[in-house]
Structure formats: structure tokens, C-alpha cells
Ligand binder design. Structure first.
Ligand code: URA
Length: 237
């Protein structure tokens, strides 16, 4: 038998005191019921414990997948930087070796996946997999028909010609762009190649995942079971 706070600390990377706080806040379920008593004794071999709705299985932590709505003025790094997106998440996630899956620029907002599943992150980011990413853009100058056609054919962003992009304008200064690559500052450089400056950029989808409209900037949630299987199944990405 083992105390609940000890059990949590061993399986999640939280400290004992963080575990006790998580229990007090009602984040922990034992056998399907919220349990607010950290000194609850449980059988560590058979207990069914969930943190924030995610079951903690086995002696080793399961993979964790989070969707963050990244705000501006944050950086997609795990380094101990005050602007790191990891600072928006509970501290135990950093100790669980979680990391942002790919990078968004400091001024780019929207969908960022944070996980400790290296293989899935690799699949989502590998240039060979051509995972589609859609961004909402805002521009300083109108994108004309010629510029749009150039981006749809592939733009020279300085020694590299991008793959064809899909553009769905909703006016001359804004719309959605879908690309399958992930070069450094790719979208800003693509629009710059046709004479426009990007003044706002928000990622709204990444492969099969869509930014949850219920998430405000800086808010996060766990991926659902369906979302997890959509990115972890071999054939999906
Ligand atoms: N393209 C950019 O220019 N910036 C991003 O953050 C993502 C894609």
C-alpha cells in the first residue's frame, strides 16, 4: 500500500508538495472519483488514478500530449527562459521531459503541441511526412492575384523554392495559408517574396489537429483520446 501523494510523485515527476496541492484542487481521481485526501492509502499495483483526466498507468509515466494556444511574446523552447511557453504550464511538465513540438516565432500565436512523445513529434515534424499546417495571416499591403498565384506555385524565399501553398484570402489583407513544410520564418519569407509584410500570424491547424476555439491565448488542455490517436497512428501523419 502507498499514500496517494507518494504514488503521484513517483509517477508524474511532481514533488510531494505539488502532488498534495493537485489532490486538494480536485485534479486527481481514484477509481473514477475525485479524491481530495492526499493521505489516502492505495494499492500501487492495482489503483486506477488519473491526473486532470489522464490515467497514470504502470510504473512509468505515460506519454502526455497538450494543446497550447500560444500567446505572443513567448518562445517555443524548453530552456529556462522567462518567456518560454513551458512557463505557461504546470512545472511538473518540464520535469516530465515535455517539449514543444516544433517552433512558432515569438510573435506567432495559436496551436502548439507540447509532448514527451519524441517519436510522434518526429513524425509530425519530419519534412518527409509533409504534414499540413494552416495559419491565419494578416498583411500590411494587399496580396494581389499575381502574388497569390506565385505563392500557390512556390515562392523563392532566398535560395529555396517552397512547395505549392494553398491560399484562401478572406479579403486583400487577411486569410488562411496552408503549407506542408516548416522552414525558418517560412510564411513571413513567402509573403515577403511577393512584397507583403506579415503583421499577424496564428496557427489554426497542425496535421489532423485544430486549434480549440474554447482555449484563450495562453490556455492549454490535454489532447482527447481521438486527437491522440489521430497523431500517433502510423498512417495518420
Ligand atoms: N512561418 C513563420 O514565418 N513563422 C512561424 O511562426 C510559423 C511559420
Amino acid at each position: 500500500m502507498m499514500r496517494l501523494d507518494k504514488y503521484l510523485a513517483e509517477r508524474t515527476g511532481m514533488t510531494r508538495s505539488e502532488s498534495r496541492k493537485a489532490v486538494k484542487k480536485g485534479r486527481v481521481m481514484v477509481g473514477g472519483m475525485v479524491c481530495r485526501k492526499a493521505d489516502t492509502q492505495l494499492d500501487e499495483h492495482t489503483a486506477e488514478v488519473a491526473l486532470d483526466g489522464t490515467p497514470l498507468a504502470g510504473a512509468y509515466q505515460a506519454f502526455v500530449y497538450i494543446m497550447l494556444n500560444k500567446p505572443t511574446d513567448t518562445v517555443s523552447t524548453t530552456e529556462d527562459d522567462p518567456k518560454s511557453v513551458m512557463k505557461l504550464l504546470p512545472p511538473e511538465f518540464s520535469r516530465m521531459d515535455m517539449f514543444p513540438c516544433g517552433r512558432l516565432d515569438i510573435d506567432t500565436t495559436g496551436l502548439l503541441i507540447i509532448t514527451n512523445d519524441g517519436q510522434t513529434a518526429h513524425n509530425l515534424l519530419s519534412p518527409k511526412k509533409h504534414v499540413m499546417k494552416t495559419y491565419r495571416y494578416g498583411l500590411d499591403l494587399p496580396l494581389d492575384a499575381e502574388g497569390k498565384r506565385a505563392l500557390e506555385l512556390g515562392a523563392d524565399i532566398g535560395g529555396y523554392v517552397t512547395s505549392p501553398a494553398q491560399i484562401a484570402p478572406d479579403g486583400a489583407l487577411s486569410g488562411e495559408i496552408t503549407i506542408s513544410e516548416g522552414k525558418f520564418h517560412q510564411i513571413k519569407r513567402m509573403f515577403a517574396a511577393v512584397g507583403c509584410k506579415v503583421v499577424s500570424l496564428e496557427r489554426i491547424s497542425f496535421g489532423p489537429l485544430k486549434l480549440d476555439p474554447a482555449l484563450g491565448r495562453g490556455e492549454w488542455r490535454y489532447l482527447t483520446e481521438d486527437e491522440i490517436s489521430s497523431i500517433t497512428k502510423e498512417e495518420s501523419v
